[in-house]
Design a binder for this molecule. Structure first.
Ligand code: CUA
Length: 292
């Protein structure tokens, strides 16, 4: 038997009468579940940050400590906004769930819009201005005059460090002389007297509590110099010499990693920075100077 054709209005009436009055009250189960889920999400997130489960290693520069304080401040402000927004969302889901009431149209509140937009602007611009000081101290002030200069050359996929030697001056480099297998990875010109005492090594050694200025170069593509404990990250760009400076205040070995995707070997491009005592640093320079 062929079913009779049902018009849209008939179908709608049928559904209405079938659902009955009791079903129109809606269900609290879904909204309660969602609200509980949101509260759990907030609790887990707050725990992960409060317990510092993924915290960085301790900073070893005074600027690093300032950056950490700035990071914490940003985290408190954005964390408070996150908690309020998520719990508010959970509350609204519970409070305005389906009771079988008629849906209402609202134009919203202009005052509320203006208030929360202004609060957001003040918070973000304020944090940005406060953070710029920690940033500027490292980036916009030149290295002090008694800094130890070390040139950092990046190439796929190694770091090479050069010290100017006893004369305090770097020798001339000639790109056509670059030949790593022959022991001249930087292309030092053997005819330049200034370069004869230059020390070229694969690991960076610096004395503790002394200002250090690094001059970043690249021989091929964009690489990066990043030491977590210094809270310092800077790209090395071909054709540029980019200076950065820091004063490490704790003896130890710290990993230097490249954070720019620079080719197939990027994942293994790293080196180390040894922060040593003043006397160990003198020893290091002597040892390196001896064979040359
Ligand atoms: Cu060099 Cu990644």
């Amino acid at each position: 038997m062929r079913a009779p054709r049902l018009s849209f209005t008939d179908a709608f009436e049928r559904i209405k009468s079938h659902r009955g009055v009791a079903d129109d009250r809606g269900s609290a189960a879904t909204s309660v579940l969602l609200a509980v889920l949101l509260a759990a999400l907030v609790a887990v997130t707050v725990y992960i940050f409060a317990a510092r489960i993924y915290g960085p290693p301790a900073a070893i520069t005074s600027i690093g400590l300032r950056i950490d304080r700035q990071y914490d401040l940003t985290l408190y402000v954005t964390g408070a906004a996150f908690i309020l927004a998520q719990l508010g969302l959970g509350y609204a889901i519970l409070r305005f769930r389906d009771h079988g009431q008629r849906a209402q149209f609202t134009r919203g509140s202009t005052i509320a819009e203006v208030v929360w937009t202004s609060v957001t602007i003040v918070a973000f611009v304020g944090l940005g201005i406060a953070a710029s000081r920690a940033w500027a101290e490292m980036r916009f002030t030149p290295a002090s005059r008694n800094s130890i200069q070390v040139e950092v050359t990046t190439t796929q996929f190694v770091y090479t460090f050069r010290y100017p030697g006893a004369d305090g001056k770097f020798g001339r480099l000639d790109p056509s002389l670059v030949n790593a297998p022959a022991g001249n990875p930087l292309g030092l010109d053997p005819n330049d007297a200034l370069g004869r005492d230059d020390v070229v090594v694969p690991i960076l050694t610096v004395p503790v509590n002394r200002p250090v200025e690094l001059l970043l170069r690249s021989q091929d593509v964009i690489h990066n110099f990043f030491v977590r404990e210094l809270r310092l990250q800077q790209d090395a760009v071909p054709g540029m010499v980019i200076p950065i400076h820091f004063t490490a205040d704790r003896i130890g070995r710290y990993e230097i990693v490249c954070t720019q995707l620079c080719g197939l070997g990027h994942y293994k491009m790293h080196s180390f920075m040894d922060v040593v005592s003043e006397s160990d640093y003198e020893q290091f320079l002597k040892r390196q100077a001896a064979p040359q």
